[in-house]
Design a binder for this molecule. Structure first.
Ligand SMILES: *[C@@H]1O[C@H](CO)[C@@H](O)[C@H](O)[C@H]1NC(C)=O
Ligand SMILES: *[C@@H]1O[C@H](CO)[C@@H](O)[C@H](O)[C@H]1NC(C)=O
Ligand SMILES: *[C@@H]1O[C@H](CO)[C@@H](O)[C@H](O)[C@H]1NC(C)=O
Ligand SMILES: *[C@@H]1O[C@H](CO)[C@@H](O)[C@H](O)[C@H]1NC(C)=O
Ligand SMILES: *[C@@H]1O[C@H](CO)[C@@H](O)[C@H](O)[C@H]1NC(C)=O
Ligand SMILES: *[C@@H]1O[C@H](CO)[C@@H](O)[C@H](O)[C@H]1NC(C)=O
Length: 347
């Protein structure tokens, strides 16, 4: 049994590097936030500082009077990634964090903590959508709400972090090895805007191939990302986790958006955008070939900023983006436009 949550990693291998960073971009949690987490028994066991990894965490005030003027943002990275790394294999939300810091946000308004280990090969074979990850994400969002005193936070997530954070927000019943079922209430009223970038919301397409399916635990059809099979136009045998998540109509936030790319490694499954999700208000499709699975996250920092900081019911302000080809494709009440858009875009 993995016990990631209760493990305590005290190694500070990167403290020298951290000390020499430009303080504007200093990684890790602030001492003030760490102190808050440590004196609070409910958060200490989660080891949210993630000191063992360079850029494993970010956020926090300097002192009690540090102002928080914006709605705090919580970042949830994808599989094997970090919050604020320093090379393409672990950049996490590096570009978004730096863009936001350069545009008026402060470290007291931007938060993230790794929900797993940086599962690079061969550890990726062991990555499953464990309930522990969902709980770690949930507890971190709660810690940020608690610490900042903000009535709501925004959540920006990527890849596997999208379904995991949707689960953390929606709540529900999740099995925990050796403990039994864990029931969590929804906290969606505490989330103002949810952005899911290149999310694995309908599973992982490649898990259909048996040599991959049985190699990666993460492809399993209980708590993993098995996408199911298409039989007579219907998806059957989809992973229970993915299925239940999409059946749960609790909307993730007041505003829920998906960023979707036509140059992601997976795009459609049974006529649905795999990065879309049923409760979203809108999905924005990007057609520029530079917007790959990672590029979509890294090159849309300004778009993410706009989604959080402009009145997003004003579509014009979002589509006036010149270098990004953005199309509002469908709302959950207009599923039928998907196929039209699809044939249009693929021509
Ligand atoms: C840190 O980086 C920011 C952004 O590049 C820059 O504006 C600032 O002057 C730098 N601060 C120091 C102390 O180097
Ligand atoms: C928290 O993490 C930061 C950055 O890795 C590090 O500088 C700091 O020493 C850590 N603090 C604790 C208490 O682990
Ligand atoms: C508290 O932190 C703010 C920056 O967030 C700083 O301007 C202020 O000087 C600090 N106050 C004290 C008493 O250290
Ligand atoms: C669905 O799963 C059941 C039970 O494992 C299996 O018998 C059936 O062949 C599967 N159907 C498809 C289309 O994969
Ligand atoms: C993709 O990125 C490269 C490098 O930044 C740039 O030269 C090129 O114009 C971009 N392509 C498109 C279609 O935007
Ligand atoms: C956003 O725009 C809508 C429609 O124009 C309006 O009803 C709403 O009050 C605006 N919200 C804010 C926060 O300005």
């Amino acid at each position: 049994m993995k016990s990631y949550i209760i493990s305590t990693i005290a190694v500070s291998a990167f403290s020298v590097l951290v000390a020499t960073q430009n303080t504007t971009y200093q990684r890790g949690l602030s001492d003030h936030f760490i102190k808050f987490l440590d004196i609070n028994k409910n958060y200490y066991p989660y080891n949210f500082n993630r000191t063992y990894y360079f850029g494993g965490s970010f956020g926090g005030k300097e002192n009690d009077s540090t102002p928080i003027n914006r709605v705090p943002v919580v970042f949830v990275h994808g599989a094997g990634d970090r919050i604020y790394g320093d090379d393409p294999s672990n950049n996490g939300f590096r570009y978004t964090i730096e863009y936001f810091l350069d545009h008026g946000y402060t470290k007291s308004e931007l938060y993230g903590s790794m929900w797993a280990f940086a599962d690079l090969p061969p550890k990726q074979y062991n990555l499953v959508s464990d309930t522990e990850y969902i709980i770690a994400i949930r507890r971190f969002i709660e810690a940020v709400l608690d610490y900042t005193g903000a009535p709501q936070v925004d959540v920006i997530s990527h890849s596997m972090g999208v379904p995991l954070s949707r689960a953390a927000i929606k709540g529900g019943v999740y099995p925990m090895q050796n403990i039994g079922d864990i029931q969590m209430k929804p906290i969606n009223v505490k989330i103002r805007t949810f952005i899911g970038i290149a999310g694995l919301n309908h599973g992982v397409y490649y898990c259909q191939f048996s040599f991959i399916r049985y190699l990666f635990l993460g492809c399993n059809d209980k708590n993993g990302f098995y996408p199911g099979n298409i039989v007579n136009g219907k998806v059957v045998n989809q992973s229970e986790f993915v299925h239940n998540l999409n059946e749960d109509k609790t909307k993730e936030a007041d505003n829920a958006y998906a960023l979707i790319s036509l140059h992601d490694y997976q795009i459609f499954f049974n006529g649905e955008y795999m990065s879309g999700f049923p409760t979203m208000d809108a999905g924005f499709v990007f057609t520029n070939p530079n917007y790959t699975h990672l590029g979509l996250r890294d090159l849309t920092a300004d778009f993410q900023y706009k989604l959080l900081n402009t009145n997003s019911s004003d579509d014009a302000s979002l589509s006036e983006q010149v270098d990004l080809m953005v199309t509002k494709i469908y709302s959950n009440s207009q599923h039928d436009t998907v196929s039209e858009q699809r044939s249009l875009l693929l021509q």
